[in-house]
Design a protein. Structure first.
Length: 416
C-alpha cells in the first residue's frame, strides 16, 4: 500500500491493481475525494501523509469526509435533527464545519458546551445529554442559555428542576444493545415504567416533560435493534398521554457504525428500518426526532499514523510475534478494551507473506495489549521503525488519550 524513502517518510504508491482492497483511488473532480470502498484510506489523507513529516503517533482527520457523512445522514433521515456527539471528536475544525452545515450538538460536560458556545454556536442548538451532572454544572449550563437536559433518575430530575427551572427534559430508558461492538451498560437509563413516573413528576415540578431517549449501543451492527426500542417509546408516549403528559421528542442516540475489519450496512439501510418502525408505531403523527451520531460522522474520516517500536517473540517454540506500537490503550486506542473495536491496519509490506501477531502498546502496563485473542496477521517483513496506519480512528481516540501516562504525550492530531 505504501513504501518509505531512505529517510523513513511514507511514500504512497498509486500503481496498484484496481482489485487491491487497500488501493488508493485516483482523485475525482468532486470534493471530497472519498475511498472507493468503505474503510479504505481516504485519498486526501494519503496525500497529506506523503507530503508531511508528522510526529508519531498522530491522527489525521479529513473534515471533508465528515461533511460527506453528515450530508449522507441528513439525506437518509431528513425528518431527524442531528445533534453531533461532541465527545466523539471535539476538534474545533469539525465543530465549525458541522455548525456551518446546520448541525446541533450533544454535550456531556461544561467543557464541551463551553467549546461550542465559544465557537458561536447558539445555546438553542446544544443539549446537555449526560444523565450524570453536578448541580453546579446544571446551573452553569442554564445560565449560559441551555434549555435541553437529559435525566434517568429522580435525584437528577430534582437537580434540574432546582437549577434549570422550566427547561425541556427527556428521560433515557434502558433498551437491548445486543449486536453492538461497543455495547452500553446499565449505567445509563431506567426502565420504561420508572420513566413514566419520572416524566409525570417532571411536569409537576414545572419542567417541560419533553420526550424520551434511548441508545442501542455504539457500533450497532444489528439493524433490528431500533424497532423494539421505538415500540417501547411509542407505548410510553401513550401511557404518558393518559396521565396528561404530552411528549413531543424521541431521541434515538447514536449507534450508527464506522467501517472497521468487517463490512457494515449502509446508513440508508438503518434509515429504512428506523422510519418503517416510526411510521408503524406512530402513524402520521410523528414526534420530533433527534439523532446523536458521533462515530458514524467522524470515525472513517480519521487515520492514525503510528510506528513499530519493537517486534519480538516470547519463546523460540511459538510462532506469534509481539508487535509493539508507539500507541496503545492509554494513548488513544481505549476501545480495543476486551478487543471490542477491531481496527484495520496498513503497513509498508502489505502483499507479502504474513504471520500471526499480538499487538500491544508502548507503556509499562500489562493491560496495554490491543489484540491478543483476535486473529491479526501482519507481514513477516515488518520491523522496528516501520509506519503503520490505523484506519477509521477519527472517533474516540484523541478524547481517550491520557495526558501523560508513563510520560507519553497525548495523541497529536491534525485536521485537513
Amino acid at each position: 500500500m505504501f513504501a518509505t524513502d531512505m529517510g523513513g517518510n511514507v511514500q504512497f504508491r498509486r500503481d496498484f491493481p484496481e482489485n487491491n482492497p487497500h488501493s488508493v483511488v485516483a482523485e475525482s473532480a468532486k470534493a471530497p475525494r472519498l475511498p472507493a470502498d468503505q474503510g479504505d484510506l481516504p485519498p486526501r489523507i494519503a496525500d497529506y501523509l506523503a507530503a508531511n513529516e508528522l510526529p508519531s503517533p498522530c491522527l489525521v482527520v479529513d473534515v471533508d469526509v465528515v461533511e460527506h457523512n453528515y450530508k449522507t445522514m441528513t439525506q437518509a433521515l431528513p425528518l431527524a435533527n442531528v445533534y453531533y456527539a461532541v465527545k466523539a471528536n471535539p476538534a474545533e475544525e469539525i465543530l465549525r464545519r458541522l455548525a456551518d452545515l446546520g448541525s446541533s450538538f450533544d454535550t456531556a460536560s461544561p467543557g464541551e458546551f463551553d467549546l461550542c458556545l465559544d465557537l458561536g454556536i447558539a445555546p438553542s442548538r446544544i443539549s446537555y445529554g449526560n444523565t450524570i451532572k453536578k448541580q453546579a454544572d446544571i446551573a452553569y449550563a442554564y445560565a449560559k442559555g441551555i434549555r435541553l437536559f437529559a435525566f434517568d433518575s429522580e435525584n437528577e430530575l430534582l437537580k434540574i428542576a432546582q437549577s434549570a427551572p422550566g427547561s425541556k427534559v427527556y428521560c433515557r430508558i434502558l433498551v437491548e444493545s445486543g449486536g453492538a461492538e461497543w455495547p452500553l451498560s446499565r449505567k445509563f437509563g431506567c426502565t420504561p415504567e420508572m420513566a413514566l413516573e419520572l416524566l409525570v413528576q417532571a411536569q409537576e415540578l414545572g419542567l417541560d416533560a419533553h420526550g424520551v431517549s434511548f441508545h442501542v449501543g455504539s457500533q450497532q451492527t444489528n439493524l433490528d435493534r431500533w424497532g423494539p426500542a421505538i415500540a417501547k417509546v411509542a407505548e410510553l408516549f401513550e401511557q404518558a398521554k393518559a396521565r396528561d403528559v404530552n411528549l413531543k421528542l424521541i431521541d434515538m442516540g447514536g449507534g450508527f457504525p464506522s467501517r472497521y475489519r468487517t463490512a457494515v450496512h449502509t446508513l440508508e439501510d438503518y434509515a429504512e428500518k428506523i422510519m418503517f418502525a416510526m411510521e408503524f408505531y406512530f402513524g402520521a403523527d410523528l414526534p420530533e426526532i433527534i439523532l446523536e451520531p458521533g462515530r458514524s460522522l467522524v470515525g472513517d474520516a480519521g487515520v492514525i499514523q503510528a510506528e513499530v517500536v519493537l517486534v519480538s517473540k516470547k519463546s523460540v517454540y511459538e510462532d506469534n510475534r509481539w508487535v509493539y506500537l508507539d500507541i496503545g490503550k492509554f494513548s488513544g486506542l481505549a476501545e480495543t478494551m476486551d478487543e471490542a473495536i477491531k481496527y484495520r491496519l496498513l503497513t509498508p509490506h502489505d502483499g507479502g507473506e504474513t504471520g500471526p501477531v499480538v499487538l500491544a502498546g508502548p507503556t509499562c502496563d500489562s493491560a496495554d495489549i490491543m489484540y491478543e485473542f483476535t486473529e491479526y496477521e501482519l507481514p513477516l517483513d515488518l520491523k522496528e521503525g516501520d509506519k503503520v496506519l490505523i484506519l477509521s480512528t477519527g472517533a474516540y481516540t484523541t478524547t481517550y488519550s491520557a495526558v501523560s501516562f508513563n510520560g507519553f504525550r497525548p495523541l497529536e492530531a491534525v485536521c485537513i
